[in-house]
Write a protein that binds this ligand. Structure first.
Ligand code: PXG
Length: 290
């Protein structure tokens, strides 16, 4: 495996950064997770754009342009000869001293890893997923905005630990005010009376690229999406529920906190959108091998 590190493709074993990198010391940095389907990088521009917004929000100036990063990402995938897989891009603050001050970090580190992806077992997609609501609340946007995809994922990891202890693969996180925000690494949708409802981003959710794709695919089917605040009551009484994310794609949710959602099987609209999504990923995306 070859890893992109600051402009060079190096063997995995040589892809190393300093322990004084503030990404390591403080979680000071940003990242993206991107899929490769059928030799195409899915929504590459959108991911790079989100990465740059995350960087802007933490006043981290990437040492290369969006176009250069797009090219570097394509190059990394090509060098590893991948047709299907997962890309992780990381821009960390870079090497500094032991103090917090990011001004001491003169050059950000840029890493691109392209690898195979571990996904949920097929049963999850056929039978649906059982999840819980965790007690860890999503970071308040007033404190640390979850719109920033930063290297500081402890909020989500604390939620994931609760999910692990309950033996479920994902979990709902509520906002500070108790509204449904998102899952630990996925966005959430419910279906009520053939309309999609998803939490607004200001509640503290990542502007998911899969979320946006699902909204657009639904629109093409004449299914409206409403972004509005809702509580667990709306989840428990929903007709359908599903999660969206780069790794998860669209996962039907059939049980939340021990309560069956709808009929307790993946819903019709969920299944329709899953089908549309699978078709779409084959066609969309930046071709790596031309
Ligand atoms: N919310 C959060 C908090 C995320 O981290 C999503 C939603 C979905 O966004 P996209 O753009 O992917 O549709 C994410 C992204 C993992 C893992 O290992 C998941 C993400 C990132 C890194 C790791 O589950 N998901």
């Amino acid at each position: 495996m070859l890893v992109y590190l600051n402009g060079k493709l190096v063997p995995k074993e040589e892809a190393k950064v300093s322990v004084f990198d503030h990404g390591f010391l403080y979680g000071d940095g940003v990242f993206e997770g991107i899929r490769i389907y059928n030799g195409r990088i899915f929504k590459l521009r959108e991911h790079i754009e989100r990465l740059f917004y995350s960087a802007l929000a933490i006043a981290l100036e990437p040492p290369l342009t969006q176009d250069e990063l797009v090219e570097a990402t394509i190059e990394t995938v090509r060098a590893n000869n991948l047709r299907d897989g997962y890309i992780r891009i990381v821009i960390s603050r870079g090497e500094g001293d032991l103090g917090l001050d990011p001004q001491k970090c003169k050059s950000p580190n840029v890493v691109i890893i392209a690898d195979k992806i571990a996904i949920y077992p097929p049963e999850v997609y056929h039978n649906g997923m059982k999840i819980i609501t965790v007690s860890t609340r999503r970071n308040s946007p007033q404190a640390l905005n979850p719109n920033i995809k930063s290297l500081n994922y402890l909020n989500n990891i604390l939620a994931k630990i609760e999910a692990n202890r309950a033996n479920v693969p994902e979990a709902i996180m509520l906002s500070i005010d108790g509204y449904v925000a998102e899952a630990t690494g996925d966005n959430i949708f419910i279906v009520k009376n053939r309309r999609l409802i998803t939490p607004p981003l200001y509640l503290g959710a990542l502007p998911g690229i899969t979320r946006q794709t699902v909204i657009e695919l639904a629109e093409k089917r004449g299914i409206q999406t409403e972004e509005k605040t809702f509580t667990l009551y709306e989840v428990y009484t929903a007709d359908e529920c599903f999660l969206t994310g780069t790794a998860a794609e669209i996962v039907p949710v059939v049980e939340v906190d021990g309560r069956k959602i709808g009929k307790g099987i993946p819903g019709d609209i969920t299944l329709l959108l899953m089908e549309d999504f699978h078709q779409y990923v084959k066609e969309e995306g930046v071709e790596v091998y031309k």
